[in-house]
Design a protein around this ligand. Structure first.
Ligand code: UDX
Ligand code: UDX
Length: 457
């Protein structure tokens, strides 16, 4: 079969995999090859047991795999044959040297850029899919275009806004697709090529174009605003607990103001995920490096509030369980950073589990999808047990703490759970997803977020 365009994607992770699967499904005329240094990941993409759990993803992959969607570890070959190369390798926060704990670690990105230069024999469009600090495109362009063969590389910034758990839906019907390019002749041509890909299924008025730096910055800012909303509502949840106000009622009243909007106002034990913290740290680092210390501090406080929310959740558990949890069995319901994903990166449950374990509680982790990742995250801790079935996890437990808003927890037979627990039985709802009055009637001492507890003593 003759393809009209060859697209490669380096990095077969949470972003690269689903994005390319949707492009391939929607554009049968393009050959899409997803490559990765991890043989295990690539192998998994070739089976029906995909390396990431994402609702609806397997159907999309199956629709295109072997037709125009391919997974491979031959990165060099994919670079050579493709006109467009998406780069979606991870960009973790630096753990060493200058900017440690804040700046992005760009070593994988630079390595990939050098690989692209080495293998290319013809001009390419290189698309930044990974979230990167502002002006990374420029740096990459400098590396790419410093080649002896005089091959021209055009760098495009096309940040991905998909959220995990709804990745397929977000890709099929995005609020917007953002494509940043240089406003030169070759930049505008490259921009149009990328617009043409998305225009195969995304309405044209949802495809925004901008300069490269605006696109890069918009991604960081969008995530910072979303995280800020959660920190805002979480800060008010702490106040509600002191004042007899109910955070659900406050969020409803506030969210009905159409200027504010009602989404993303769920108080929680804290936000997690690979992006929010990392992107805010990046923003903070950039602001600091331009001497904008007040701006940096403003955004840093969003992270501080998140840590405060996690800390006060654990403190309340210890305080309410008579100031000691030594030897007590505590079941964490949910470990993923949000529902409908197996991803546990930066999950508040990691922090909570570690803290409880240090207090010498006997922690048992339950989650329908994330136990494999939980075992890796908590490998350093002794005495943690893992139990997929929440009913089993609750046997002999003094407390259950809900960490993830899995639907499954809404519909559990809580009477059955209460029966097998130690008494008094405690329920700490870190997501406000169960019917607190009903659980109180069953006999639980219930601790919602953002409203006073329902206690039997
Ligand atoms: C994404 C974005 O790309 C990142 O910028 C964002 O901040 C977090 O989300 P994600 O897809 O979630 O990353 O990361 P991950 O699932 O870790 O996937 C990255 C993949 O790149 C991994 O499979 C890794 O093996 C691969 N990789 C990394 C390479 O193929 N080559 C490298 O040199 C480094
Ligand atoms: C986020 C952005 O939404 C997405 O656009 C970007 O591309 C990547 O980062 P993601 O991290 O997958 O996506 O999940 P998101 O749904 O944004 O949730 C992030 C965290 O906030 C989760 O821990 C979630 O549980 C928490 N959250 C979300 C709340 O605590 N309350 C809310 O009201 C919403």
């Amino acid at each position: 079969m003759m393809f009209s365009k060859r697209i490669a994607c380096i990095g077969a992770g949470y972003v690269g995999g689903p994005t390319m699967a949707v492009i391939a499904m929607k554009c049968p005329q393009y050959k899409v090859t997803v490559v990765d240094i991890s043989e295990a990941r690539i192998k998994a993409w070739q089976t029906d047991n995909l390396p990431i759990f994402e609702p609806g993803l397997l159907d999309v992959v199956k629709a295109a795999r072997g037709r125009n969607l391919f997974f491979s570890t031959d990165i060099d070959a994919a670079i050579r044959e493709s006109e467009v190369i998406f780069v979606s390798v991870n960009t973790p926060t630096k753990t060493f040297g200058e900017g440690a704990g804040k700046a992005a670690d760009l070593q994988y990105w630079e390595k990939v850029a050098r690989e692209i230069v080495r293998e290319s024999r013809s001009p390419k469009i290189v698309v930044e899919k990974s979230t990167l600090p502002v002006k990374t495109a420029q740096t990459m362009e400098n590396i790419l275009n410093a080649n002896d063969r005089k091959i021209h590389f055009e760098v495009i910034s096309n940040p991905e806004f998909l959220a995990e758990g709804t990745a397929v839906q977000d890709l099929l019907e995005p609020d917007r697709v953002l494509i940043g390019s240089h406003e030169t002749e070759s930049g505008l041509r490259a921009r149009q090529e990328i617009v043409d890909i998305y225009a195969k299924w995304v309405p044209r008025d949802r495809i925004l174009t901008s300069n490269v730096w605006s696109a890069e910055l918009s991604k960081l800012v969008a995530n910072a605003f979303l995280a800020q909303r959660i920190s805002s509502i979480n800060s008010i949840s702490a106040l509600c607990e002191k004042t007899d106000a109910n955070i659900l009622e406050v969020a409803r009243a506030v969210g009905m103001d159409s200027r504010i909007g009602n989404r993303f106002l769920n108080a929680s034990v804290g936000f997690g995920g690979s992006c929010f913290k990392k992107d805010i740290l990046n923003l903070v680092y950039i602001c600091e490096s331009y001497g904008l210390h007040e701006v940096a501090q403003y955004w840093e406080s969003v992270l501080e509030m998140n840590e405060f929310q996690e800390t006060r959740f654990v403190r309340a558990m210890i305080r309410e369980m008579f100031n000691t949890i030594v030897g007590k069995r505590i079941a964490l319901f949910g470990f993923a950073f949000k529902a409908n994903t197996s991803d546990t990166r930066e999950s508040p449950a990691i922090y909570i589990a570690k803290k409880l374990s240090r207090e010498q509680a006997r922690v048992v982790i339950s989650d329908p999808k994330a136990l494999d990742n939980a075992r890796i995250d908590l490998a350093e801790l002794e005495g943690i047990t893992y139990q997929e079935d929440p009913y089993q996890a609750a046997v002999g437990a003094h407390a259950v703490a809900i960490m993830t808003e899995w639907d499954l927890y809404r519909t559990l037979e809580w009477e059955k759970i209460f029966d097998v627990m130690e008494k008094p039985a405690f329920l700490f709802d870190g997501r406000n997803i169960v019917d607190h009055e009903r659980l109180f009637k069953i006999g639980f001492n219930v601790y919602p977020l953002g409203r006073p507890p329902l206690k039997h003593f």
